[in-house]
Structures are given as C-alpha cells and as structure tokens.
Design a protein around this ligand. Structure first.
Ligand code: GLN
Length: 474
C-alpha cells in the first residue's frame, strides 16, 4: 500500500516497527500533493522544506524511543486556523501575507507530539460558505467528480484527507463546515460540543458557535485525535473543565440492547431532498434495527427555524469579529488618502462578496431599532431549539440523520443564489445552533459514485457515544 494512504494508527505502527521513516511518509504525501493539487486546489500553502525538516526531527525522536501517537505523521490544517511561522490566510486576500506568531491551542497539542505540518488548506473565506466557492484562491474540486464542489467551508481539508495528500486534518465547524465537506468527500469529520476543544487561535467567525475538530479517514483516527486535542484551556474561557474520555478505549458499545436511537422526521421529509441520499441513510438505519437496537421516531419541531436563527446570529457575531481585519493590525493594507479610506479600500479589496454580505447583514441586524426585532428574537428562538434537543435527549441517546439533503452539487450551481446556499446547511445547522456534538461518517455512494454522509448528533459532551455508534455504522 502507498504510504500516504495509511491511517494514523497504521502510520504509527509502521513508524514504530521501522518499516518506513517519517521522511518517506512525508515524501509520499508531498508527491500526492504535487500530482493532484493542481486539479483539486485543496492547498493554499504547502511547506515542503519545513515539513521534511520536521519529519527528520520526528525520525530522530522515534529512533530515541520517544515516539508519541502523532510523531512523524503528516497533517493539514484549514487556513482559518493559526499556525506559528506558517502563513494563515483564511482564504481571504486581506490576510494574504499573514504569518501568525503562535499556534492555535489544538495545533500546539498536535505539533508538540512531533506531527508534521505539511500545508494549509483552502476553504471558504473566514469559513463563510458551504461549497468552498467563497475562497479568494479559487474553488476546491471534489475528487470524486471534478465538476462538483468539495463542500464547505473546510473543503480543502476534506479533499486533502480524502485524496490522501495527508494522513489527517484539523478544521473548524461553526455551522457544518467539518461535517458537510466530510460527507461530500467520503471521510469522517467531528464537530465537538461547544466548549470541548479550545478555540484559541481559530480565526473567529461566530464566537458562540465556532468549534474546531478532527477530519480523518476512519472513526478511530478521529477518536484518537479528539482525545489529544480536547480539554480545558486557560486561553479560552468557554472551554469546560470536564475530563476527556479515553474515546479509543471505549469504541465498542457494551450493551446494544440498551441503546435508543432517535430518527427525527424533520430530517427525512424535506421537500426537494434527494431520494438516493434518503435511501442510503435509511438502509443504514435498517441495519441498526437488525442489531436489535431500539430505533425511535422523534420530532424536533423547531428544526425549521434553525437556518433563519443561524443566519441572523452568525452575521451579527461576524460583523463584530471581522472588524479587527482593518489592514492596520494584520495583513495587507491598501493605503489611501486618509484613515477612513485606507480602511475602506483595504476591506473592499481584501474581502470576497460573501464576507461583505455578512458584515452588512450583521451590522443591520444589530443596529438600534432592529436589534430587538432580529438579534434578540433569534436568540430567543435559539433557546427553543436548544430545548427541543434537550427534550428529545431525555428519550433517546443519539440522533441519526443524513448530513446533507443531497450529494455534492455542481460548481457554480448555487453560487449566485446566497439563500439557496444557506439552505444547504439545513441538517448541519441545528446541532451547531444548540452547541451539540455531531459527526459525519460515510454511509455509501450514489449510483453516480458520489459519497453520502450519515450524521450522528449527541447530547452536550456526548462524544464518546457518538464515536461508538459511528464505529458501529461505518
Ligand atoms: N455554511 C455555513 C456558513 O456559511 C458553515 C460555516 C462554518 O461552519 N464555518 O456559515
């Protein structure tokens, strides 16, 4: 098997046994990037020399008997996450030259083990999008069909993992950005509970929804990564001081008979939903029934408001968070005749349309006279959505749904219709608004060969159970 196709576990074992070196493994990934990235556009930056130097260091560490789980393993990171001394653009020209001086906490934890940072991934600018067409560095293509989108906003990371340009990836999910591209590309991606993983060093989009999580080739790999990156961080006051489970030791469900899985009808009865997608997810649910797992039909009536709530709250927080991007403190400045015009020209050139749209919607919804009608109302409905889930989780352990109503769509199909693009988040948005953990795992492929993802949503801090069911269905 080609080395770049290995999982983390296989790479760890091979490095440990001395079957190959980290330099060889890293070269295999770099070779794949050279071959495929010109078509797929999954990377904005590739750090060839630095990665090979890191791999050499890792090989020394392994030889000295100091190998840790991720030592010497090449990984890729969404470009909206800060990496020390490595360019981090968030796929926006305003940060084209930005090189952070520090690693995000989750990246620090991974690099401290000696993992090899191979490159930074293309994504929708600042995470705004569902198709990766809102990048200022061009769209990412789906490796299963180059005429289709990779999904967004973490499309580059999903493609890098799916196409074996790296062994694993780290990305950000505010309203689906890990799960959605994972489902379009046929890989596994976890959005953790809000407060489970540190957001320190993640370029903020909507601070009350942003999360950072793993993208991998298998459920085991994601469980293993989550075990390493989760936990309290003094640099992020919203992280919970709750012990991190040994997810990898507990991947097997002890008593299948005691498990209750909810199937929310709102996620299967959507108008315009693709029939093949529904059938593929339903056949997985049938298999769970065969295992004597209790499948319970449930209803989440507030689901229909989630997208409206999301697209008020997120732009409001966005408009505030993005005000730091002014060309003075970070990134590319376009000087003009006075300070106001310097800000205006810098931001006009440095942000794509979607970012500007969100800043305008958010500023409007937060302005005097509109705040109560939009922002405050959205926050109240958000509470109802949270309560909707809380009620259901008194009856069932987990929820199973499709990740997306349809497989990857054509590049250009929805890009000129922002509302149609927003509506694609219909199944990934609700858990995000409620701060809940959710995973997307491959469920099968359509006749045309496009991957379909199955989503498992759990109660807050319910990652362990999510991984268990994910393992069982995959
Ligand atoms: N599609 C969502 C949006 O555009 C996803 C964002 C995300 O999770 N970063 O807001």
């Amino acid at each position: 098997m080609e080395l770049n196709k290995l999982t983390i576990k296989q790479a760890y074992d091979g490095l440990k046994a001395g079957d190959f070196t980290s330099v060889e493994l890293t070269k295999a990934c770099l070779k794949q990037i050279k071959k495929r990235n010109p078509d797929l556009n999954a990377f904005i930056s590739v750090f060839e020399d630095e990665a090979l130097a890191e791999a050499k260091e890792a090989d020394k560490k392994i030889k000295a008997g100091k190998q840790e789980m991720l030592t010497g393993i090449p990984f890729a990171v969404k470009d909206a996450i800060c990496t020390a001394d490595r360019r981090s653009t968030a796929a926006a020209k305003i940060l084209d030259n930005y090189v952070p001086s520090y690693d995000a906490t989750v990246i620090k934890k991974i690099r401290e083990q000696g993992a090899v940072l191979i490159g930074k991934n293309n994504c929708d600018s600042f995470g705004h999008g569902a198709s990766n067409e809102n990048s200022m560095y061009g769209p990412v293509k789906n490796p299963h069909d180059l005429t289709r989108v990779a999904g967004g906003s973490s499309g580059g990371t999903a493609v890098a993992v799916a196409d074996h340009m790296c062994i694993f990836g780290i990305a950000e999910d505010t309203g689906g950005s890990i799960r959605y591209p994972a489902s379009f590309c046929g890989i596994v991606g976890l959005r953790p509970s809000y407060g489970r993983n540190s957001r320190f060093g993640i370029m903020p989009m909507a601070s009350s929804l942003d999360t950072v999580g793993p993208m991998g080739k298998t459920v085991e790999d994601c469980a293993l990564l989550q075990e390493i990156i989760a936990g309290h961080d003094p640099l992020d006051a919203t992280t919970a001081d709750v012990e991190v489970s040994k997810y990898t030791n507990n991947l097997k469900i002890k008593r299948l008979k005691n498990l209750k899985i909810g199937v929310p009808k709102e996620y299967f009865s959507l108008e315009g939903m693709d029939r093949e997608t529904r059938d593929i997810v339903n056949s997985k649910i049938e298999r769970l029934k065969d295992l004597k797992i209790d499948i319970v039909p449930v209803s989440l009536p507030m689901t229909k408001y989630a997208i409206a709530v999301y697209y008020i709250i997120v732009p409001c927080e966005d408009s505030s968070n993005l005000s730091r991007m002014d060309g003075i403190r970070y990134g590319v400045r376009k000087n003009s005749k006075d300070l106001y015009n310097t800000y205006a020209t810098t931001r006009a050139r440095g942000f794509p349309e979607e970012v500007k749209r969100r800043i305008m919607i958010g500023t409007y919804a937060l302005s005097a006279g509109y705040y109560d009608a939009y922002y405050k109302k959205a926050q109240k409905v958000r509470t109802l959505i949270i309560q909707d889930f809380e009620k259901v989780f008194q009856k069932v352990d987990l929820l199973v749904t499709p990740t997306s109503p349809f497989p990857a769509f054509k590049i250009g199909e929805k890009v000129s219709n922002p509302l149609a693009m927003y509506l694609t988040d219909v199944f990934v948005g609700p858990a995000a608004v409620a701060g809940l953990p959710a995973i997307s795992v491959p469920a099968g492929k359509t006749k045309a060969g496009l991957p379909v993802g199955l989503q498992i949503i759990g109660p807050r801090m319910g990652e362990e159970k999510i991984f268990q069911l994910a393992k069982l269905v995959s």
